[in-house]
Design a protein around this ligand. Structure first.
Ligand code: GAP
Length: 453
């Protein structure tokens, strides 16, 4: 009988099929770090490309950048990360386990509300593992520190960025003068971020190294609330358009005490995960003019926009849609996973959106018969410049279909003995499992059209 998706099943599929591996697994791994395998890197790439297409390519008002991960440490003083980017941490005096104090609180959202703030000891109770006494909570800064240059002293301390956003703020003026954008306009970036999370976990949900896809959208003060609403809708639809089931998505308004130090209002897009219930996959914040003002103050450089109509300089307000690539990856996998009964067998299929599937078409000769291999290889060669493809001739055709279903390949192209006579191949559809004969001469056009849908 087809069963429910569990995280164990998903983690095992990810390893078996080359989506995600534990980082440095041969040495026992390292908590909070993951490697993406041949299927994983392609899925991740496709997610980032779908995002870039929607927010940069198709929009007239957003441009992209790619800033350095290590920045002048003054950036993090100005942004507030040195003072406030910390979580409360407690140790058990008995079993010595370490916990994020906020996770020991009752309600999930109450827990989130203490991010960056001290937490009352009395609320925590005893160690959830052994019932032992807990230490008083201490604030722990989540930024990874490193040294730049050969001398390891206070003057050479630098940080791995905990969000990509700051690379955008400090380049505000560079972008403005180089591409001459008018307000409102946005700057988008995809890149690595690092947080020394106290308790990474739930597979790739909370990592210490991850990627973000962030937009800082600069608007006239006074129009920020309207633009915030627009971006919430825009971003919610992006997830829906890529096939996420609507009933699994939810918008959640941050309570006042939960807002980050820079935020006037934040709305999260949450997905219902099997391990955590509804949890954040993207946050859309109204960051006001906080960051530009702070960087102007700390750098001494003017970070304003000259409004020609009004003849005055303004400090733009910022709407920030910020999504995690790894969390998106997990969301798309979980949402696409299905088990179904087919001819007394359980078929596992990833119903990934066609634009996200790591392999778009697999070429399968019916068997390894010497007459079938050359035409199958030729079909593969024909398709390779146009689509991400795989060639598979190992084991029965049924098992090969199942393997392709498990990685979400939308179409399998089968070369059989009739192909030798009529130059037709069979296209099998992942979702309906229907098969149709098509001439090899039409294959590129046909697959192109199907994959566009
Ligand atoms: N610039 C705003 C910002 O960084 P955030 O809510 O801390 O806001 C934005 O992070 C997104 O980044 C989250 O919605 C989540 O998808 C992702 N993210 C944050 N921390 C993460 C972690 N430790 N592991 C994986 N993804 C994370």
């Amino acid at each position: 009988m087809p069963g429910e998706l569990t995280m164990d099943k998903l983690v095992s599929l990810c390893k078996r099929r080359g989506f995600v591996f534990q980082s440095s697994e041969v040495y026992g791994g390292i908590g909070g770090f993951w490697d993406y395998g041949p299927m994983g890197v392609q899925l991740k790439e496709n997610i980032k490309r779908a995002w870039w297409k929607a927010v940069v390519q198709e929009r007239p008002d957003v441009v992209g950048i790619d800033a350095a991960i290590v920045m002048n440490p003054r950036v993090w003083e100005a942004s507030g990360h040195i003072d406030t980017f910390a979580d409360p941490m407690v140790d058990c005096k008995g079993c010595k386990r370490r916990f994020r104090a906020d996770e020991l609180l009752e309600g999930k959202h109450e827990a989130e509300s203490v991010h960056g703030r001290p937490i009352a000891e009395a609320k925590l109770g005893a160690c959830p593992e052994c019932g032992g006494e807990l230490t008083a909570p201490r604030m722990f800064n989540l930024m990874f520190r490193t040294y730049v240059g050969p001398v390891e002293d206070d003057a050479s301390v630098a940080y791995l960025r905990p969000e990509t956003a700051q690379g955008i703020f400090v380049n505000f003026d560079n972008v403005l003068t180089s591409v001459r954008k008018k307000l409102p306009f946005g700057i988008a970036q995809v890149g690595k971020a690092f947080r020394n999370e106290i308790t990474p976990g739930n597979f790739i949900f909370r990592d210490r190294e991850f990627e973000q896809m962030e937009i800082e959208f600069f608007v006239h003060p006074g129009t920020d609330e309207e633009w915030h609403e627009r971006w919430i809708e825009e971003r919610f639809n992006w997830w829906l358009n890529l096939g996420i089931r609507k009933r699994k998505l939810e918008l959640r308004e941050h309570a006042a005490e939960e807002l980050s130090h820079y935020s006037k209002r934040t709305v999260d897009i949450e997905y219902e995960f099997p391990f955590a219930g509804f949890a954040e996959i993207e946050g859309i914040a109204n960051r006001t003019d906080f960051d530009l003002r702070r960087h102007a103050e700390y750098s001494g450089r003017e970070l304003t926009y000259f409004d020609e109509e009004k003849g005055e300089h303004v400090v733009p307000y910022v709407i920030e849609p910020s999504a995690g690539v790894d969390r998106a990856f997990l969301t798309f996998l979980i949402d696409a996973y299905a088990e179904e009964e087919v001819r007394d067998e359980t078929r596992v299929v990833l119903r990934l959106h066609r634009s996200l599937a790591p392999v778009q078409a697999a070429v399968l000769p019916l068997s390894r018969n010497e007459r079938l291999v050359p035409p199958a290889q030729q079909v593969w060669e024909l398709l390779r410049p146009h689509f991400m493809t795989q060639y598979d001739d190992a084991q029965s055709i049924g098992r090969r279909y199942r393997r392709q279903d498990e990685i979400g390949t939308p179409y399998c192209v089968t070369v059989d003995f009739d192909t030798l006579k009529d130059q037709d191949v069979t296209i099998r559809d992942r979702d309906s499992m229907e098969q149709a004969r098509v001439p090899i001469a039409n294959l590129i056009k046909l697959l192109g059209e199907k994959l566009q849908k």
